[in-house]
Ligand binder design. Sequence first.
Ligand SMILES: *Cc1c(COP(=O)(O)O)cnc(C)c1O
Length: 366
Amino acid sequence: MLRPTRARIDLGRLRRNAALARRLAPASRVLAVIKADAYGHGAVPVAQALEPLCEGMAVATLEEASALREAGIRAPLLLLEGVFGAGELPIAAELDLMLVVHQQEQLGWLREARLSRPLHCWLKVDTGMHRLGFAPAQLPAAWQTLSACASVAGPIVLCSHLGNAEAAASERTGEQIRRMDAAAASLPESVPQSLANSAALLNHPRTHRDWVRPGYLLFGDSPLPPGAAHPALAELAPVMRFESTVIAVREIERGEAVGYGERWIAQRPSRIATVAAGYADGYPCNPGPGACALIGGRPAPLAGRVSMDMLMLDVTALPPVQPGDPVLLWGDGLAVGEVARRAGTIGYELLAGMPARVPRLIEDSP
Ligand SMILES: *Cc1c(COP(=O)(O)O)cnc(C)c1O
């Protein structure tokens, strides 16, 4: 008998979300972003499902890329921050990776390198997020250096990242788009471009360019703020179903406290269900006011602090609950983004933070 806490991963939904991403940008190639173990879903099964549906995939580290190659993934793979040192270049060449090149030192490493094969590079320009990328004024020189490198294979893709694409109308996004256009125009030849993440895929068609780079959206939750209206949002289906079961039920008197620190006091005689999932399973330690889980599709409010391996629900208002009853922590009807907002964070953090302790159950729906 296994502990019933698990993340069920529906690859059929993943494929449908990926198909939606393509429909949103029909003229663009799709680079599926699957860093951080595919946002906690399991990089290998996710990459296997997505490989026939996209033109490439992106990860953050050489280790992530290497694990995919070892699992037999042959698709183009981009390292989103490029290499962190010259020593990674021969391995990147061995694994046949594409590199983001975002600063001067990386250019130097490439110039000095003698590699088993030339690498495809994405040259990053900082259009205003100020995280990575060459300043627009330095871009033409960087492009010249890169194009002249024996260890670089063309064509070089010009890329940048948007800081606030989730806002439907942002002057800064408009300014970033203008700077991207100017950056492209500053190069001696026309180059493929990439700018859009999930939010831009939905909000800003002008950013779609040659390659779109959706991540979060592939996993079926909205990357936009709550209440944002976009017709495609209704088509997204959550890929992860984080679930556990009730392992104990008790009745307590009015005035009794539940959990650590006496943080929840029964205002009436109450029925409390204990669930076998806690913050060591990736549930937020501070889930915030109004947090709930679903039992039989009905919301049951959290009662008391979340423990390391357990949490308690107030099921007084629900039909009788028994040990063994399934509990949905997030998934259908309870979006991970909604759980995250109550907890003062974002769905990205909860998904990427899912610990290895929670088994991923890979399922395939038609
Ligand atoms: C993570 C990442 C993405 C994907 O972002 P989502 O919001 O998950 O779609 C795209 N581009 C870059 C450079 C990233 O780091």
